[in-house]
Design a protein around this ligand. Structure first.
Ligand SMILES: C[S@@+](CC[C@H](N)C(=O)[O-])C[C@H]1O[C@@H](n2cnc3c(N)ncnc32)[C@H](O)[C@@H]1O
Length: 291
């Protein structure tokens, strides 16, 4: 972890080789990102439910709720379902994400409980106050000045309210040990390159949250399970395909053909043809309370 707040860590899915800021992403990047976020939510549904339950259990009965950097609505929908008497304000700087979120919310019959707010948190805090619960999943490492945003969140909250900051501890791991193919150590080598590029990089948020006035508790939620092959195969393929595109220039000549075999649907050992994929990873949650 780092304390460099000016990093803009990216999900491999949003990555096309540039390190440009979030707002300059092309519609194609955003569509790819949206698809990945939806897949994350469906493959990791049980894990996310565990995270949501812990936060919800600490939040009392919130009336006004905000999801900052809502993306396609994974958090918004979980919150709207949990707190049926509340209103969730889904805040995002991307219209593509908000449009997708809106369609999902309508399809689920939750639109009376959800308000989309198109706003760039780097520019100006949106007109939302008296919040009882604020949720920010994989989004605070995208804002330019987290300390400023945390202070704005604090000011927009009611006393006793909860601000949940959630980050993915790196990307899910999924490459099986395959002696014949020679995958041993491959995931660690990929991880080292990704970490070095600063994707998904975030600091320990506790310092900034405490500085903003919050009382903070932290918990790590891990998962290690074997989803249905037909679900996890395409998911792992998408993740590895994005890695392949993003870091091809840094992969060794020994690793490239192994990755290509894993991505080659005609290959018997390809990710989509395997039945031995376990998904492993974790999320860190900072539960910050306004005294
Ligand atoms: C990695 S996605 C996470 C989405 C969602 N919270 C989830 O967990 O699935 C980050 C989201 O933050 C949004 N975002 C990034 N910078 C932002 C900013 N300055 N203001 C508002 N939203 C921002 C992006 O558009 C994107 O939808």
């Amino acid at each position: 972890m780092t304390n460099n707040h000016h990093q803009h860590g990216h999900h491999p899915t949003e990555h096309t080789g540039s390190h440009s800021h979030e707002h300059s992403h092309s519609p194609e990047d955003e569509a790819r990102m949206a698809k990945m976020l939806d897949l994350d939510a469906s493959v990791l549904a049980d894990h996310l439910a565990e995270v949501t339950d812990w936060i919800a259990g600490n939040a009392g009965t919130p009336h006004k709720i905000a999801d900052l950097g809502s993306g396609t609505g994974t958090g918004t929908i979980a919150l709207a379902r949990h707190f049926t008497a509340g209103t969730v304000y889904a805040v995002d700087s991307s219209k593509t994400m908000l449009e997708r979120l809106h369609s999902r919310v309508v399809a689920l019959g939750l639109n009376e409980h959800v308000v989309t707010v198109h706003a760039d948190l780097d520019a100006q805090w949106p007109e939302i106050g008296n919040l009882d619960l604020v949720w920010a999943a994989s989004s605070m490492h995208h804002v330019a000045k987290p300390a400023k945003t945390f202070a704005e969140v604090f000011a927009a909250m009611n006393a006793g309210g909860v601000f949940a900051v959630i980050e993915m501890d790196g990307f899910p791991r999924y490459i099986p040990e395959d002696l014949e193919l020679g995958t041993h150590g491959l995931e660690a080598r990929i991880r080292a390159i990704i970490d070095n590029r600063g994707w998904n990089k975030y600091p320990d948020w506790e310092t900034d949250l405490v500085a903003a006035g919050f009382e903070v508790e932290q918990r790590i939620f891990s998962y290690d399970f074997a989803p249905e092959p037909e679900v996890v195969g395409p998911y792992a393929e998408l993740l590895l395909g994005n890695v392949r595109t993003g870091i091809a220039d840094q992969l060794s000549p020994e690793d490239l053909p192994i990755i290509d075999a894993l991505l080659d649907q005609a290959h018997p050992a390809a990710l989509v043809n395997r039945t031995d994929i376990r998904l492993r990873g974790s999320r860190t949650v900072w539960l910050a309370r306004k005294p």
